[in-house]
Design a protein around this ligand. Structure first.
Ligand code: PYR
Length: 368
């Protein structure tokens, strides 16, 4: 089925971001209704969607005074990558819902910011070549949604590797879609195809619902898939969607090189705790054996700080980037990365932390 009419925003401009929470309503005014609700929505009552942001309020950052801090340094490292900031782009499908430049726009914004990293979703609406045009030599990780056919999985991994992916993210929490009430009401279908996975879909992805696409992807994911991907690709593999210490331990025992703590932005199992609420116990179980990437609910520098202080090594940001893409194309994406960098520096200064290592050692206080 060919692409259906979808009038994505096209403006390219810098954004003056006061906070990222209000970007959502601003994007809602210009993004077509179905696409906006798909991006912004969660599952069920959207309890988990809300909780992801709210739960950061149950831990306090302790202000530190006379701490001899100036110009906090946000540099960090993961695997072979030296990053200017401890945050990266989370894997998200179909950026073309937000902006006509699709993933290439996001990629260019990240590249122009410099010193971060892009996660490319297998459900991208752009091809690797199109994304490369924006991304240049910026590092990238590839998020795989597996086919039921391992030969096709090998094919996809070959392509991702050829494209320069330096790690593979195995999303294991999305074998069926959460009950996305907003999408059901809107009878949401993707308006354009997904070139990377179209090789295993009955169509291109255009005019198909998420559940149709998930149903054609591999649903029976198990821990052996970590080894399969790792051995075939030779790349480090993240197990994404981890919300319990048990799954983190099992993932590492089966070869995971990184644990990705996420509840898919509150889009899968509603009624689950906020992702930040489970981070600390997972970090204790991981005990520094592999890096932890954290996502779901990050909207402010304080959230990045708290996640780092609770055991995350890298923070992945999703919706704020997508809404900024909608509002300002690649320049909007650059603006939101700059916003988070500045906001984190401000929090680090007030918390008396000069480096990311200091942030990771900072003590948070439980709040009621
Ligand atoms: C989502 O809609 O949440 C996907 O990951 C595709």
């Amino acid at each position: 089925m060919s692409e259906i009419n979808y009038n994505a925003p096209s403006e390219v401009k810098e954004l003056n971001i006061i906070n990222t929470i209000e970007l959502e309503d601003m994007a809602g005014e210009i993004v077509p209704h179905g696409g906006f609700n798909y991006m912004a929505g969660g599952s069920g009552d959207e309890f988990t969607l809300r909780r992801n942001v709210e739960c950061f309020n149950y831990k306090g950052i302790l202000p530190r005074v006379a701490a001899n801090v100036e110009f906090p340094d946000t540099h960090t490292r993961i695997f072979e990558h030296e990053l200017k900031v401890p945050f990266i782009m989370a894997p998200i499908a179909a950026h073309g819902l937000a902006h006509e430049s699709k993933e290439a726009g996001t990629a260019k914004g990240i590249a122009e910011f410099g010193g971060s990293l892009m996660s490319i979703s297998a459900y991208s609406g752009a091809s690797f070549e199109e994304i490369d045009a924006g991304l240049g030599d910026t590092p990238r990780w590839f998020q795989i949604y597996m086919s039921k056919d391992d030969e096709l999985n090998k094919n996809i991994l070959d392509e991702a590797k050829k494209d320069g992916a330096s790690a593979i993210i195995l999303t294991a929490d999305a074998t069926v879609s959460g009950n996305r009430d907003r999408d059901d009401k809107n009878q949401f279908v993707y308006p354009f195809g997904m070139p990377i996975v179209s090789r295993y879909l009955t169509g291109t992805g255009a005019n198909m619902s998420l559940n149709n696409i998930y149903g054609q992807s591999k649903q029976k994911i198990d821990l052996d898939d970590i080894r399969f991907i790792k051995e075939y690709s030779g790349l480090p593999v993240f197990l994404k969607g981890v919300q319990t210490p048990e799954d983190a331990i099992a993932g590492i025992a089966n070869g995971a090189d990184g644990i990705w703590v996420s509840n898919h932005g509150g889009r899968q199992l509603d009624g689950a705790p906020g992702s930040f609420e489970v981070l600390e116990e997972i970090a204790e179980a991981v005990a520094g054996r592999v890096p932890i990437v954290f996502d779901s609910g990050v909207r402010r520098g304080e959230h990045i700080f708290k996640a780092l202080a609770s055991g995350a090594d890298i923070i992945a940001i999703g919706r704020p980037v997508l809404f900024s893409l909608a509002l300002g194309g690649w320049k909007g994406v650059k603006s939101v990365f700059e916003y988070f960098e500045k906001d984190l520096q401000r929090v680090m200064q007030l918390a008396g932390t000069q480096t990311i290592a200091d942030v990771k050692n900072a003590r948070l206080k439980d709040l009621k």
